[in-house]
Design a protein around this ligand. Structure first.
Ligand code: SF4
Ligand code: SF4
Ligand code: SF4
Length: 257
């Protein structure tokens, strides 16, 4: 049932994308920065960071408009991707974006105003026919990269929002905040590999679950691995700080054996 809810939500946000596109745009914060304005999408990115502290990258599976596209494209090319290599590309692009953003604010003499509706005065992102060109280009870019690269290749290779979510996840982990996770009763696992095949983010779930939960900022908490497991090994749960300490003890004991 909850997975159908996910599908309904992500299809809905995809349909709403012409309205909300500017509030997820990487361009508007840059344009705003050179005018000394904090644009709406920069505020949304900050909110993503905060949600990431508690919910990791759940936004990616449950709300992001591109999520529904990712789920469909996986059916066209379900090849697992090289997460580490694509992460280098993604964070390199993000670093360039962040440097330009800071340079913009410095050039403008700092932050002069905050405007959620910056360049979106009507409140609707695609409010004239010309803007549909940008809208369709974004959709085509996501579809083409996903199909050419493999499972959610666009998410892994160039998404400018995921560093905020991953950053929130890492901040929550450092601050020892209880976080939503996929937890595992690893003793029950029979290594069938079904969770690995089901994971849209190409995470080797059957390997990482040995620590007692899926502990990576690449996990978008979609629950596909939970659904696929025939042994009920996996479930949603809250990972608490003291569990991390216990996990480290278990890991060090395993290393010592
Ligand atoms: S990685 Fe980016 S595009 Fe992909 S689902 Fe997450 S926020 Fe959306
Ligand atoms: S590990 Fe499970 S919850 Fe996380 S992205 Fe993969 S399938 Fe989804
Ligand atoms: S699907 Fe379940 S039993 Fe199979 S490898 Fe994954 S966790 Fe283990």
């Amino acid at each position: 049932m909850k997975y159908k809810v996910r599908t309904v939500i992500t299809i809905s946000t995809l349909l709403l994308f012409p309205i909300i596109m500017n509030f997820l745009s990487p361009y508007l914060p840059i344009n705003g920065a050179f005018n000394g304005v904090v644009a709406g999408s920069l505020m949304v990115f900050a909110a993503m960071f905060v949600t990431g502290i508690f919910f990791g990258r759940a936004w990616c599976a449950w709300i992001c408009p591109m999520s529904a596209l990712g789920d469909v494209c996986v059916k066209a090319n379900g090849k697992a991707v090289n997460i580490k290599n694509l992460r280098v590309i993604r964070f390199s692009l993000f670093a360039i974006w962040a440097v330009v953003l800071v340079a913009g604010f410095v050039t403008a003499g700092g932050i002069k105003s905050v405007s959620f509706l910056f360049m979106t005065e009507s409140g609707i992102s695609v409010d004239m026919p010309m803007k549909y060109i940008v809208y369709y280009l974004v959709l085509i870019l996501y579809i083409v990269v996903n199909i050419l690269v493999g499972r959610r290749g666009a998410c892994h290779s160039f998404c400018w929002m995921s560093p905020f979510l991953a950053g929130g996840y890492l901040a929550g982990k450092l601050l020892k905040v209880p976080q939503l996770r996929i937890k595992a009763d690893s003793d029950k696992c029979v290594n069938c590999g079904k969770c690995n095949n089901a994971c849209p983010m190409s995470i080797p779930v059957s390997t990482v679950l040995k620590k007692g939960c899926v502990e990576t900022s690449d996990c978008i908490l979609c629950g596909e691995c939970v659904k696929s497991c025939p042994k009920g090994v996996l479930r949603f749960g809250i990972r608490k700080a003291n569990e991390r300490i216990l996990a480290k003890v278990v890991e060090s004991k395993q290393d010592a054996i």
